[in-house]
Ligand binder design. Structure first.
Ligand SMILES: Cc1cc2nc3c(=O)[nH]c(=O)nc-3n(C[C@H](O)[C@H](O)[C@H](O)COP(=O)(O)O)c2cc1C
Length: 332
C-alpha cells in the first residue's frame, strides 16, 4: 500500500490533501466530517477583521436609529462586538482541536496591523497547530507604489512572526510586480509555507439592472494551470514549503501539483460541488496511481516535474501561442 504521509510546516500529515479555508470549514461538525473523509489537515474559515468592523457599524446604526446614546457607549459596544466574534472563532479552534486528530490551521484576514498580531497570539493560545495569513492587497491604491504595496506583506509577516511560535503560512495572490522574486523573498522571512494562490470574489455586470454581481464563485478544473505553473517554477527555489490552491478538482490534479513540487494541496470548490466523500475518492485515485507507477511514498515523485528538474525549463515560461497553434481551429 502506497504511503501518503507528508511533512508540511514541520507537521506530519497523513496525506497532502488539505481542505482549504471556506464555508466548508466553519464548524466543528464539518471539521469532523472532513477528518472522517480522510483529509490530511484543515484550514478553518478566516476570521475577517473587515466583517467584525461591518458588524460594529450595523449595531451602531441600529442603536442610533432607535435612541440617543452617549459617546462612551460606542467604545464599549465596539469592544463587545469584537470580543464576541473573536471569542466565537477561538471557541471553534478549541473545539475543533479537541474533536479531531488532524492538524487544525486557523486563518485570519485583517485590515489593521495591530489586529494581525492580536488575533495571531489569541489563536496560538487557543491551540491552533498553524496559522494561515489570508493576505491580499488589491493593487488599486493609486497613492502607493508597487514597492510600498508589496512591503506590507513583509511587514505583516514580520510582525506576526515576532508574536507567535506556531508555523505561519502566507496565502497570497498572483498580483505582484515581480512575483517570482517576491515569493522567494517572502520564503526567507521565517515563515514556514506559502499558499499559491488565493481566489477572490470577482465582479460581473447584470445587464438588466446595471448592478455589479459576483461571478464564478467556484473554480473550474481549467483554473489549475496558474498555480501549477507557479508551484513548478518556485519549487526548489524557496526556503519554505509550498501549498497549491485553486483548480484542484480530482486526484489527477492533486498528483500534478505534487509532481510540480507542492508539499501540500488545498481543495475547496470540488468539495462544494461533490461533497466531503470526494476527498476519499481523490485520495484513492492518488494511491492507485502511485501503485501503478511503482511509487512507495510521496517523496519518490514530489517535484519530479518542477522547472528546476525539467529537461525543458522554457516550457514553464512560455506565454505566447507561437507556431504550435498556427493551425489551431475551433472544433465543434
Ligand atoms: C465560498 C468560498 C469561501 C471562501 N472563504 C475563504 C476564506 O474565508 N478565507 C480564505 O483564505 N479563502 C477563502 N476561500 C478561498 C479558498 O480557500 C480557495 O483558496 C479558493 O477557492 C481556490 O481553491 P479551489 O479552486 O479549490 O476552490 C473561499 C472560497 C470559496 C469558494
Amino acid at each position: 500500500m502506497a504511503d501518503l504521509t507528508t511533512r508540511f510546516l514541520g507537521l506530519t500529515l497523513r496525506n497532502p490533501l488539505i481542505v482549504g479555508s471556506s464555508g466548508l470549514t466553519d464548524s466543528v461538525e464539518k471539521v469532523k466530517e472532513i477528518e472522517q473523509a480522510g483529509a490530511g489537515a484543515v484550514v478553518l474559515k478566516s476570521l475577517f477583521e473587515e466583517e467584525i468592523i461591518a458588524e460594529m457599524e450595523e449595531t451602531l446604526h441600529r442603536m442610533t436609529s432607535r435612541q440617543f446614546i452617549y459617546p462612551e457607549t460606542f467604545d464599549y459596544m465596539d469592544e463587545d462586538v469584537e470580543e464576541d466574534s473573536v471569542r466565537k472563532y477561538l471557541r471553534l479552534v478549541q473545539e475543533a482541536k479537541a474533536a479531531v486528530h488532524i492538524p487544525v490551521i486557523a486563518s485570519i484576514n485583517c485590515v489593521t496591523s495591530q489586529k494581525w498580531t492580536y488575533f495571531a497570539k489569541e489563536l496560538q493560545e487557543a491551540g491552533a497547530d498553524a496559522l494561515e495569513l489570508n493576505l491580499f492587497i488589491l493593487p488599486t491604491d493609486f497613492s502607493r507604489s508597487a514597492e510600498e504595496n508589496e512591503k506590507l506583506y513583509f511587514e505583516i509577516a514580520k510582525e506576526v512572526l515576532s508574536q507567535v511560535t506556531i508555523p505561519v503560512l502566507l496565502k497570497i495572490s498572483y498580483y505582484a510586480s515581480n512575483l517570482g522574486q517576491m515569493i522567494q523573498k517572502l520564503s526567507e522571512t521565517g515563515i514556514k509555507g506559502i499558499t499559491l494562490f488565493n481566489r477572490f470574489y470577482s465582479p460581473d455586470f447584470n445587464l438588466e439592472n446595471y448592478q455589479v454581481i459576483s461571478t464564478n464563485v467556484l473554480s473550474k478544473p481549467g483554473d489549475l494551470s496558474i498555480s501549477l505553473r507557479w508551484i513548478a517554477v518556485m519549487a526548489h527555489r524557496v526556503n519554505c514549503d509550498l501549498a497549491a490552491s485553486t483548480g484542484v478538482h480530482d486526484g489527477e490534479a492533486l498528483i500534478k501539483q505534487l509532481l510540480a513540487g507542492a508539499n501540500a494541496v488545498q481543495v475547496v470548490s470540488a468539495l462544494y460541488k461533490h461533497g466531503y466523500p470526494h476527498i476519499t475518492q481523490m485520495l484513492d485515485d492518488v494511491t492507485k496511481w502511485m501503485e501503478q507507477e511503482g511509487y512507495d511514498k510521496i517523496d519518490d515523485f514530489r517535484g519530479k516535474m518542477s522547472q528546476a528538474k525539467s529537461s525543458n525549463p522554457a516550457a514553464y515560461e512560455r506565454v505566447q501561442f507561437l507556431k504550435n497553434f498556427r493551425h489551431f481551429v475551433y472544433q465543434l
